[in-house]
Design a protein around this ligand. Structure first.
Ligand SMILES: *[C@@H]1O[C@H](CO)[C@@H](O)[C@H](O)[C@H]1NC(C)=O
Ligand SMILES: *[C@@H]1O[C@H](CO)[C@@H](O)[C@H](O)[C@H]1NC(C)=O
Length: 407
């Protein structure tokens, strides 16, 4: 996106440029004048650079000085509120409101939501006799119905159940009693992370203490969700997953393998050379993407880390730790409540045959490419950040390991 902005800037006509520059200079001078005439607002709070940058990046360059002044003043905590009060005290403008809602009185703002169904009649205050505290989502195809039926029964009424349907079949699920109280979202042939990014915005899932974002091919005979939550709370895990039974398909990492002697583990030993630092993935601060559980706070960060175009989420597991501090203490595997990974090929078979390659091959190739792309983006973003604050390259992610995960 940024590079497009730069391109647009590069292609701007010279007289437009001139006009923009003059407007900006007038804006800065005027803004400064307004600034010094309100001594209560200390100079360090002035953030001139970002709004001007934003303004330059915008393709509508023919803006007035007043617009620029507004952009500048909005970034100064309460300046705009007060400046407007002088202008016209009857206009509401609260700069601490969420972006775009500045004209509303704060008390009317409903900036978070939920998945609680309501009645169409009666008093709204009496709609909800009970509010589930946790959320569990499964990304499902109807072929896995028995497995999902078994899994859902391991989650008590304290859970909202949300199914993402990738095969377009939703009404068939009504054979299950629990399906009537579940939320169903149906978009054909999308991945778990695609759905999560679109439908699990942190402000939408804000009421839930914990969010389970699970695959459909998990065996849960030895799992109980309420017991799991107890352990997660006891060990203060912000991001976790149940241990994987050693019989699981495609068990790649030691970290996620169930340890019979423990309740929870947060670190492990890997193959020689895989962990340059015992506190870093895949030896610690690491869970896989098949059955993660996030606290509300952790999800608020992780949601932002999920890229819109990298739909398979490969490599995300290595970056989760960037959301938690210290990650090696707050990310862990719950051994006392464990699952098996059945490795059923499902969505992986929903690819497209291309150049004589089977559908699943194309999907696998994309998974690996996405992993590399994600890794590069994270590394570049960190480099850019450290450069912008004047710290040299720290090479944080030089030691990501990326062995082939499909055997
Ligand atoms: C901004 O306004 C809020 C609420 O009126 C107040 O609590 C806060 O201290 C103000 N901030 C500054 C920097 O004046
Ligand atoms: C739901 O949560 C409450 C409060 O934590 C707990 O007392 C209750 O046992 C839970 N329900 C089930 C079915 O576990």
């Amino acid at each position: 996106m940024k590079s497009e902005e730069y391109k647009r800037r590069g292609h701007r006509k010279p007289n437009e440029c001139m006009r923009a520059i003059v407007t900006i200079i007038v804006g800065i001078v005027f803004g400064f004048f307004i600034g010094v005439s309100f001594p209560a607002f200390s100079p360090p709070k002035l953030k001139l650079i970002p709004p001007i940058d934003t303004y330059l990046g915008d393709k509508n360059s023919g803006r007035s000085t007043q617009t620029i002044l507004n952009v500048i003043s909005v970034t100064r905590d309460n300046v705009s509120t007060d400046a407007r009060k002088i202008d016209d005290p009857s206009l509401i403008y609260v700069s601490s409101n969420p972006r775009g809602a500045e004209r509303l009185p704060p008390a009317i703002l409903a900036s978070e939501s939920d998945f609680f169904p309501r009645r169409l009649y009666g008093k709204p205050s009496e709609d909800l006799t009970f509010k589930p505290k946790y959320l569990v989502t499964f990304t499902v195809g109807y072929n896995q119905k028995d497995n999902i039926d078994g899994a859902v029964k391991k989650f008590s009424d304290n859970f909202t159940v949300l199914l993402f349907h990738y095969d377009g079949r939703t009404t068939e699920w009504n054979e299950f009693e629990w399906s009537k109280r579940a939320i169903h979202i149906s978009v054909p042939k999308q991945t778990k992370w695609w759905y999560a990014k679109r439908f699990l915005h942190p402000d939408i899932v804000a009421p839930y203490d914990f969010i389970f974002i699970w695959d459909e091919d998990l065996g849960v005979e030895n799992f109980d969700a309420e017991e799991y939550i107890k352990l997660v709370k006891k060990h203060k895990l912000e991001i976790s997953q149940p241990g994987l039974d050693p019989s699981s398909k495609g068990l790649t990492w030691q970290m996620t393998k169930r340890r019979e002697d423990l309740e929870v583990h947060k670190e492990t030993e890997e193959k020689p050379g895989w962990c340059s630092d015992p506190h870093l993935p895949p030896c610690a601060a690491f869970v896989e993407i098949m059955a993660p559980v996030f606290s509300r706070e952790a999800w608020r960060c992780v949601w932002h880390l999920i890229q819109n175009d990298l739909v398979h989420g490969w490599g995300l597991d290595f970056a989760l730790r960037k959301c938690i501090e210290p990650a090696y203490e707050r990310i862990g595997v719950v051994d006392a409540q464990w699952i098996t990974h059945q490795g059923v090929p499902s969505l992986g078979n929903q690819g497209k045959e291309e150049n004589g390659k089977a559908p699943w091959e194309g999907v696998r190739e994309r998974c690996k490419n996405e992993w590399k792309m994600f890794q590069d983006r994270v590394a570049k973003a960190e480099r850019d950040y450290y450069k912008s604050v004047g710290i040299g390259s720290t090479d944080h992610d030089a030691n990501w390991v990326t062995p082939d995960r499909i055997q």
